[in-house]
Ligand binder design. Structure first.
Ligand SMILES: C[S@@+](CC[C@H](N)C(=O)[O-])C[C@H]1O[C@@H](n2cnc3c(N)ncnc32)[C@H](O)[C@@H]1O
Length: 248
């Protein structure tokens, strides 16, 4: 079975309701961590100018919903027909417009500079050649690129060694984490002049949800966010979560 076929099979097996609604039912700290990823990645750009965006590996539409809430018209591209139909249902339920395209991130069915922004969240690490998908993002985007992916980093290696993370993702493929300077260099090759990156610590796995729920209420949640920001100020740059943002 090819890695793509494994992706399609795995993403067909997920619980539709959970996927359509995520992250609404997640513990508050996990929702915070997810939104913090987007805030930090877009923050690298300063002011976002895009009015439409392609969400590569957009799955069941969580990223698209984020963008729609910011007033950016999303298009989702994904390999999985099941994910796309869940995204359609999410958009219907939660009242936003989305365009759905079935396709492969490694070979985008869009023209050069045909959409303002190309954005990916937790998608490229599923691909056999994630940097080729970066090439594609750099080709189709007119103004802005946003990448939020697992990082090749010291703390990631440590997490794998401690059994807190794995090098094989749930579909059975190798996790291809991105290296910050390689990603930056790859985007610059395409003539993007301003490429910024940041790494921080973001950890949530299904087994952590019980723990995170303990911080759902206000005082504990405030303590969690404070601790999180302190951790990131100190060791965040060694962290497992890479954000890259670029402007032409
Ligand atoms: C972990 S999910 C992330 C979905 C979404 N970005 C989110 O964060 O909610 C990864 C998605 O990537 C899609 N995917 C994997 N390989 C792909 C490829 N080569 N081209 C397009 N989509 C792909 C999967 O079908 C899945 O929907």
């Amino acid at each position: 079975m090819t890695s793509r076929a494994r992706q399609i099979e795995f993403f067909a097996s997920l619980d539709a309701e959970e996927e359509i609604e995520r992250p609404r039912h997640y513990p508050r700290p996990v929702r915070f961590l997810l939104e913090e990823k987007l805030r930090r990645a877009l923050g690298l750009l300063g002011r976002v100018t895009s009015t439409d965006a392609l969400c590569l590996c957009g799955g069941s539409g969580m990223d698209a919903e984020w963008l729609a809430r910011l007033g950016i018209q999303p298009t989702i591209l994904d390999l999985s027909p099941d994910a796309l139909s869940r995204a359609r249902e999410r958009a219907r339920r939660h009242g936003f417009k989305v365009r759905l395209v079935r396709g492969d991130a490694a070979c985008l069915p869009f023209g050069d500079r045909s959409i303002d922004m190309a954005l990916v969240h937790d998608g490229l690490h599923h691909l056999d050649a994630p940097y080729s998908a970066l090439d594609e993002m750099a080709r189709v985007a007119r103004h802005e690129l946003v990448v939020m992916e697992p990082a090749r980093a010291v703390l990631t290696r440590l997490a794998v060694a401690l059994g807190l993370a794995t090098d094989i993702e749930p579909a059975g493929n190798v996790v291809r984490r991105l290296d910050a300077s390689s990603a930056r260099a790859r985007i610059r090759v395409h003539g993007w002049r301003h490429v910024y990156w940041a790494r921080d610590l973001v950890y949530y796995q299904p087994w952590t949800f019980t723990l995170y729920r303990l911080a759902n209420r206000k005082p504990a949640f405030a303590a969690f966010t404070l601790l999180y920001r302190l951790l990131n100020l100190t060791i965040g740059r060694l962290g497992n979560s890479l954000k890259v943002a670029a402007r032409r």
